[in-house]
Design a protein around this ligand. Sequence first.
Ligand code: AMP
Length: 454
Amino acid sequence: MTFSEFALSQAVLDGISNAGYTEPMPIQREAIPSILEGSDVVGCAQTGTGKTAAFLLPIIELLHTQGHARRYRPRALVLSPTRELAAQVVEHFEVLAKGTGLRACAITGGVDIGPQEVAFGNGVELVVATPGRLREHLSREGLKFTDLQVLVLDEADRLLDAGFLPDVRHIIDRLPERRQTLLFSATMPLEIEQLAHAILRHPKRIQVGLIQPRDSIREEFYPVSENQKSELFRAILAREDGIDRMIVFVRTRARAASLTPILAEVTNLPVGELHGDLDQKQRNETLEAFRAGELRLLVATDVASRGLDIADVTHIVNFDVPNTAEDYIHRIGRTARADRSGVAYTLVSTRELTLAEKIRGTVRRPIQTGRIPGFPYEELSDDGPSLMPGRSRLPRQYHERETGDGHRPSPFTKSGSLRRRHQDQSDPQENQRNRKKRIERKAKRKLPHKRRKR
Ligand code: AMP
């Protein structure tokens, strides 16, 4: 199939050639005709498979046939969860709409509000905004959505979760009821989709492929104690070929800031950090340097997990296990964009085992358990920050023999603790004492339960 089979103007087809696209990707094949017909759409497709163009192309067609927007009255709005993603959507638009004369602007926080007002004042057809800053504009004079025809929620499940929902609701309440609404994401939990139906009219649901990571991503989970993560990271890297660019995801901003110099030393690569504690100028510069290849490794929080399209990210490392399977899918989706492949490694400490198992369960495919031969694994202990209530227990598959580079014995004993590397050299008396302590601890844990029973 070619793009010329869609009802698109020559100017839009020229934009497609300008982007270098020769044939539509599956989500584009399905979504473009439905959006051109005027339907509301819920579009789900795996990360990196062309969702942005799937909604931008029909929107450009619609805007193009209607001429310029009035001042302060944009006709299409894309909401995006991060500033970086908003900027990227505007960049895509500029490539695809080249030659149509249409204008777009990004309305995001962290920069002066004044120039954004000037942009509305001059007139733009499309606004791509993060919810917080857009709400701020709506509380001032000027911007009005009376002419709005199309609303897109990009990374819709994130925009409809509790953090963003109040702002998103506030914005949607100020849009005309007669409009076309499009929701796109690589993940769409059922409860979010049900919530979304309140803002949609008879939507067409388009799903391309299963909601899981792409097959072109090789995934492995590496159990390791928290305080050995940096060391294991170095060991993993030492046996990797072909690292072009790598993103290391961590849980918090503080962790990103503290880990960046450590990983710079461990890898000897130019390393940058990307998280919400940096001002927008720093964030933009870092991302730019990473895109340009001046930085080879990016230590990032989930601010970089959604939508960012950076060519040649060959490796993703989850230094901390993400909170949800959706976050996992989005994080590792930063590699293997379009027709490329990539690898994704996740370091799993004891306290993260339950989260890791939930992810395994949700992505519905076997993820190999990785182990570096000869690495001086310590016993897995309950170290690091507590991430979930209750004790984590080592799930069954961690006891199984590993596959991969031939059969290797599992690093775990039956009781669920990591087998010591030099067990044969350890002191038998100490082993005996430790065993006794373990039995005592176990007995203490059981005690309150027994009392309750009586
Ligand atoms: P997205 O999922 O929208 O972030 O797109 C992922 C990558 O696929 C981006 O680099 C796009 O430029 C690229 N892309 C989108 N549509 C096509 C297409 N029809 N042919 C080739 N590449 C595409």
